[in-house]
Design a binder for this molecule. Structure first.
Ligand code: ADP
Ligand code: MN
Ligand code: MN
Ligand code: MN
Length: 341
């Protein structure tokens, strides 16, 4: 007997990489090993030297096919087994190992929007739904669009053994969120990419009101105007931050000193989302504050009360690369923490 291993990788599309996957039949008892693909079809290689290597980094049960089948998260390598230029995981792993002593944990809040054809799921064919206000964590068919997909995805993530922390309906109708963590990186980013893949895949099987299949978009500003964008708030803590309050402030200060570097790497189209309205701080200004959802970085109120915990970087876009976002946070906060000692 054999099982099916679905190999998943991040491609080289710019400015926002896409997920790709293909299936391999593996003999029972064998592990999913090194594999490859045609990089000239994924913006990852020229046609005359097209081989790119897929190297497994995380193997989980496949909750879509079920049985003994597997999902295989991979990183891309060149034929000489060094990281492919589009591989952002390798740098993330190196940063995580450099600052291993800080044992940084991440909790990623992935926001996303369901689309049916060219409009968000549940939106009228002409015009707009009622203004924002009642949709966030709402209930009822007039406010909630796509819940069966969301519940299916949540259960699939649990069945696959991912560290999914929860789900909620978001501020704009048709918009939702799931959270992965808290765990270290690059594991948290591996899991976020796998959870994104599961979401895209599960939504394929659903049809919206007009019998058009539902798609998922990580567009940071899917509808212009007075509608919330979609982010990937990145909560994090070092062991020092989990033990006392001052390192939480120091981490926020350190992020402020590298604001432009982080903004430039937090996802394409970030200027369109971080406008200063809709629970964001402007992309060209840095701020932090307790309970402040209009700041770049929020210190949760419990963290101030408990005098320890974690902070939330609210800047990353929904379409960010979590390997890059978590690498930058590890490096910025790690360098500052090391310099303070
Ligand atoms: P919000 O109130 O911003 O919507 P959420 O509940 O959606 O917050 O997300 C908070 C995230 O923070 C969760 O994914 C959770 O796992 C994560 N988290 C909690 N404690 C820590 C910690 N000590 N370090 C890093 N992340 C944490
Ligand atoms: Mn949240
Ligand atoms: Mn949210
Ligand atoms: Mn948040």
């Amino acid at each position: 007997m054999s099982y099916i291993a679905e190999y998943i990788w991040v491609d080289g599309t710019k400015p926002t990489a896409k997920l790709r996957s293909k299936a391999k039949v593996v003999a029972d008892g064998d592990e999913p090993g090194i594999w490859g693909f045609d990089g000239s079809s994924t913006n990852q290689a020229p046609g005359n030297a097209s081989d790119v290597v897929l190297s497994p980094v995380l193997v989980i049960p496949d909750p879509v096919r079920g049985g003994d089948n597997k999902l295989v998260m991979t990183e891309t390598l060149l034929p000489d087994m060094t990281p492919h230029p589009s591989n952002t995981r390798a740098g993330c792993l190196a940063a995580s190992e450099k600052y291993k002593k800080l044992d940084t944990w991440f909790g990623l809040e992935q926001e996303y929007t369901f689309f049916e054809g060219i409009k968000p799921l549940g939106w009228p064919d002409n015009g707009f739904p009622a203004p924002q206000g009642g949709y966030y964590c709402g209930v009822g068919a007039d406010e909630i669009f796509g819940r069966p997909i969301v519940n299916d995805h949540l259960q699939a993530c649990i069945d696959a053994g991912l560290h999914i922390a929860g789900i909620n309906a978001e501020v704009m109708p048709g918009q939702w969120e799931f959270q992965i963590g808290p765990i270290g990186t690059p594991r948290v980013a591996d899991e976020l990419w796998l959870a994104r893949w599961l979401l895209y895949r599960i939504a394929e099987d659903y049809k919206g009101d007009s019998e058009i299949s539902v798609s998922v978009r990580l567009d940071p500003k899917p509808v212009r105007g007075d509608w919330n964008g979609a982010g990937c708030h990145t909560n994090f803590s070092t062991n020092q931050m989990r033990e006392s309050y001052e390192p939480n402030i120091a981490a926020a200060e350190a992020l402020g000193k590298k604001h432009d570097l982080h903004i430039a790497n937090y996802g394409a189209g970030i200027e369109g989302r971080l406008t200063g309205a809709h629970e964001t701080a402007r992309f060209d200004q840095f701020s932090y504050g307790v309970s402040n959802r209009g700041a770049s970085v929020r210190i949760p109120w419990q963290v101030e009360r408990d005098r320890k915990g974690y902070i939330e970087d609210r800047r990353p876009n929904a379409n960010c690369d979590p390997y890059t976002v978590t690498r930058l946070i590890v490096e910025t906060v790690g360098a500052a923490a090391t310099a303070r000692k």
